[in-house]
Design a protein around this ligand. Sequence first.
Ligand code: SAH
Length: 246
Amino acid sequence: MSVEIRSNVGKMEASIIVSLSDFMKSTHQRPEDSFKHQGMRRKMIADLQAKEIGNARVWEAMLKVPRHFFLDKAFLNQAYTDMAFRIGAGQTISQPSTVAYQSAILEVAKGEKVLEIGTGSGYQTCVLLELGAKVFSIERQKELFDKTGAFLQLLGYSPKLFYGDGYKGLPAYGPFDKILVTCGAPFIPQELVDQLKPGGLLVIPVGAGEVQKMQRIRKLPDGTIEQQTLRDFRFVPMLENKNWGD
Ligand code: SAH
């Protein structure tokens, strides 16, 4: 795999790109999930349980996904703290508490078709897979789409990944039982609502500024919409009108 380091990416982002592809070249196998990491992960889950963020199925799924695989080695000791980290292309991996919260309110059942908007590092994608979903995920940044696709394959996860525009969803693959948006949307895209099955749920943080309110939209069996406004969050923005290839 070729390593491209653009001179305008930050040192941290460049090191993530290098470390990931370096180990892929050198080992062609999964990175190490040591007892220490597993212990840190159990502590992370215990903290989420104490704060009552998530639910039993979500905690079990998150226990199976080594979050430190998705971060640069430099962050190894913080990988299980409740923080977001830069993953390249100006984007971040969501905080564990956000992943737990969104995954729980999405109420994923085994075998459901879930569309994720914003693949990013692929961490949330893997949690959805561990919940037993068939995952379709769209990423708008080519660099992340390429990097994450190769990495998830190496880990043995098989979501269907797309380089595309989340505002449009995936009409050819829908309708979906659940849709999860992991970036802050200025409004609720009608295309996503259209691609929900009757009885389906759309979880999306909505707000044009830095703070968004989590919205849970349920499409009732008769096709009408029920909307619930939940807690405040801070997500990276859902990109609009971005040039392809930028
Ligand atoms: N689920 C990710 C979170 C990544 S942050 C994780 O666990 O790591 C949100 C992601 O949404 C970023 O990777 C960003 O590039 C992507 N994104 C932003 N606008 C988008 C759009 N219009 N369509 C698809 N993805 C988008």
